[in-house]
Design a protein around this ligand. Sequence first.
Ligand code: ADP
Ligand code: MG
Length: 194
Amino acid sequence: MKTLAVLSLKGGVGKTTTSLYLATVAAQAGQAVTIVDADSEHSAHRWAAHAQLPFEVVQGEPDRLARQVKAAQAGDRIVIIDTPPNSRELLLRAGGLADIALVPVAPTGLEVDRLRPTLELLADLQAQREDLDVAVLLTRYNPRRRLAREAEEALEGLPVLKARIRELEAYKAAFGGLPNDLDEYTAVWKELQE
Ligand SMILES: Nc1ncnc2c1ncn2[C@@H]1O[C@H](COP(=O)(O)OP(=O)(O)O)[C@@H](O)[C@H]1O
Ligand SMILES: [Mg+2]
């Protein structure tokens, strides 16, 4: 896996957190990593401005995104594209440049239901790009609570990763620092390599 797009039409699902943690995991495994921050809110970029990170964060420009990603891919780098919510166009662009589209989702019935428009777009993209893999990542997960039945049903048949990210204060407090407690995201990263 060379290029990962973290995307969802929904905001607040953990895209930026996931991008920063996975970049840290890959960097600590010795890989050269670039995050291309395609969100005009630039939250990944702002995060990086506050921290000493073992990877670079490039501010993405929508009209140059393909060239920026190509440039970042040179020299065997891992590229992670963090994306904005509510942009079908950027979702399609970022997904079109990626080997894997990773879709974070919080596992409540309502949230899972709102995953459909994102998955529809990705299914359409896969019809053009058969080599694009899609994976759903459960974030903000509470292992003590059973998944709501509606959520289980909505997730059935979807490519959901076995590795899950729990709802933890540590993730909430991570903004602006070097991510630590990497175990859960390390498991995600391993599963994505397979
Ligand atoms: N696993 C988690 N547990 C607790 N809080 C989380 C978790 N993942 C993300 N958050 C928090 O949720 C909010 C939204 O996360 P963020 O990564 O910015 O989502 P997005 O980029 O999809 O908008 C942030 O305040 C973040 O700190
Ligand atoms: Mg974000």
